[in-house]
Design a protein around this ligand. Structure first.
Ligand code: IPE
Ligand code: IPE
Ligand code: MG
Length: 216
């Protein structure tokens, strides 16, 4: 079972409480850690979450800096992830792409998280950072052509950023946005969609079970 979450609504969560948006992001990161703890007790082999998009760089500098710090924290939760037998992956614009924007200290945290959890055999947690699905597809087509292959569905699937990622079974979008995002567009063809008004920091095990109920 592959569950993919568009973790939206951190800003609104904070706004409703009269808090700065950054507090919403902090709570959102903590909620992801809580949700991973729940997810490993369900029949979920792959959990993929949208942490930061290629479009999100235009946000105010201070907000971006805060979100970067939270990803550093997230990829640094190695004791927790190892205790849960969770393997970490990352999906996004390759670091050597001229347009890639992931700062060096996040790159290091990502590389370390992948290496230090590589031996785990449980759930695969993939974090999308500096990720955009359209760019992924453009890159895939370029790679296919670069390899001198015909552009076929199978060839594209094999040239995505993470070809081993299985199709998405359930796509979750929080905070009442009834629309898709620039997230896993190829991988989520045919996926069930769980839309919920709950903002990401409040997305809990009961919400996860509601999403899973769509496909089990
Ligand atoms: C999602 O929450 C987190 C990121 C996109 C990084 P938002 O920051 O988009 O929260 P809203 O949509 O403004 O409530
Ligand atoms: C989606 O949230 C991206 C992430 C959760 C990282 P946004 O708030 O950026 O999404 P759009 O642009 O409204 O679709
Ligand atoms: Mg949003």
């Amino acid at each position: 079972m592959h569950v993919a979450c568009i973790m939206d609504g951190n800003g609104r969560w904070a706004g409703r409480r009269g808090l700065p948006r950054t507090d919403g992001h902090t709570e959102g990161e903590e909620n992801l850690a809580r949700l991973v703890r729940v997810a490993v007790t369900r029949d979920i082999g792959w959990l993929t979450v949208f942490g930061f998009s290629t479009e999100n760089w235009v946000r105010p500098r201070a907000e971006v800096r805060h979100i970067l710090g939270l990803h550093h924290r997230l990829f640094g939760r190695l004791d927790e992830l190892n205790e849960l037998n969770v393997r970490v992956q990352w999906i996004g614009r390759p670091f050597d792409d001229p347009q890639a924007r992931t700062p060096k200290y996040i790159q290091r945290a990502i590389r370390r998280a992948i290496a230090d959890t590589a031996q785990n055999t449980g759930m695969l947690l993939t974090v999308a950072f500096d990720y955009g699905a359209r760019q992924e597809l453009i890159d895939a087509v370029r790679r296919v052509r670069g390899d001198g292959l015909d552009v076929t569905p199978a060839a594209i699937a094999e040239h995505l950023y993470l070809p081993e990622l299985p199709p998405v079974d359930v796509l979750v979008r929080t905070s009442g946005e009834l629309r898709v995002s620039n997230f896993l567009l190829w991988q989520s063809a045919g996926a069930a969609i769980h839309f919920t008004d709950t903002t990401w920091p409040d997305f809990d095990g009961a919400e996860l079970d509601a999403a899973l109920a769509l496909v089990t």
